[in-house]
Design a protein. Structure first.
Length: 304
């Protein structure tokens, strides 16, 4: 009886309860728990040591990493699981857990990417990212696409090769004038430039198949409103794609590139999209720069 009471006293702490509920779903490392709970390593390690001493958790070492797993009696967890509703952070913990597990898979893929095909990774005659993009565009069905925050529209012009129609939106008159002139010069007649704001898009609701942000969302004053606008203009079943920077600390970007936001975390992007109404949201880091400031690109997709 004393051990059960001790276990309940330990689990009465909200942070230790959150850890137990997370370990109830998946084995996790200290760094992953730090990421999910947004707490320091020493604090997390103290909680884990207490849970381990009480026999509620144990560590499994794999190489240099230690993964903590749940060893609490099933009867105790049957008591604790209903208490999850009393801890407001539990739902956000579950969302952060999904992202942490996705990042674990990304790291694994990156490891095998580094092992495979080392010869010729930097240069292969005839291979280029533009060539790959052109090939993929040819396979894309003809869609009505909104390029939101298009700038001069170089991506818009690329997509217009295959799209039914591309509507390029930007809030700079000079960008819109320059892009429209370039489209005319190249004979691209299914590309229309419109002057407008990301948070008040000049496109009728329910008329677009794909809403695309390419390094534009961090220029929005209220990025969540821009994502909601994308949802408004999409047809049912339409998709959103956001390419933007992962949260970083390169403050010079505010002056150099007029960035309002220093990127976004994956949970932030997921929240923007789910609050707007998107489902089947998927987010992953798709590129990491090899030189300072080591910026990372995140791709987020979802469906209306």
């Amino acid at each position: 009886m004393a051990s059960i009471l001790k276990s309940l006293r330990l689990a009465a702490d909200a942070n230790r309860l959150r850890i137990l509920l997370l370990l109830d779903r998946e084995e996790l490392s200290v760094s992953e728990l730090q990421e999910i709970l947004a707490q320091g390593q020493s604090q997390i390690s103290t909680h884990l040591a207490q849970l381990k001493q009480a026999g509620l958790a144990d560590a499994r070492r794999t190489g240099k990493n230690a993964f903590y797993r749940l060893t609490a009696p099933p009867a105790l967890m049957d008591v604790l699981r209903p208490a999850a509703g009393e801890v407001p952070e539990v739902e956000s913990d579950r969302q952060a857990l999904r992202l942490a597990l996705r990042r674990r898979q990304d790291r694994m893929r990156h490891y095998f990417d580094e092992l495979a095909g080392k010869f010729g990774r930097q240069y292969v005659p005839g291979r280029s990212w533009k060539g790959i993009a052109e090939a993929l565009l040819k396979l894309m069905p003809p869609l009505v696409i909104a390029d939101l925050g298009a700038g001069e529209g170089s991506i818009s012009q690329l997509m217009a090769q295959r799209a039914k129609k591309v509507i390029a939106i930007d809030n700079s008159e000079k960008m819109v004038e320059f892009g429209a002139e370039m489209a005319r010069e190249h004979g691209i007649f299914n590309l229309e430039y419109r002057l407008g704001d990301l948070e008040d898009v000049p496109i009728r609701g329910g008329t677009v198949d794909l809403a695309f942000f390419s390094q534009a969302l961090h220029h929005a004053i209220h990025p969540e409103r821009a994502v909601a606008e994308a949802f408004r203009i999409l047809k049912p079943g339409g998709r959103i794609a956001i390419l933007d920077l992962n949260r970083h600390h390169f403050e010079e970007a505010r002056e150099m590139y007029a960035d309002l936001w220093l990127g976004f975390t994956e949970p932030e992007l997921e929240r923007f999209m789910k609050d707007a109404g998107f489902r089947n949201v998927e987010i992953a880091v798709v590129h990491k720069e090899q030189e300072a400031p080591y910026l990372e690109t995140v791709l987020a997709t979802g469906e209306k």
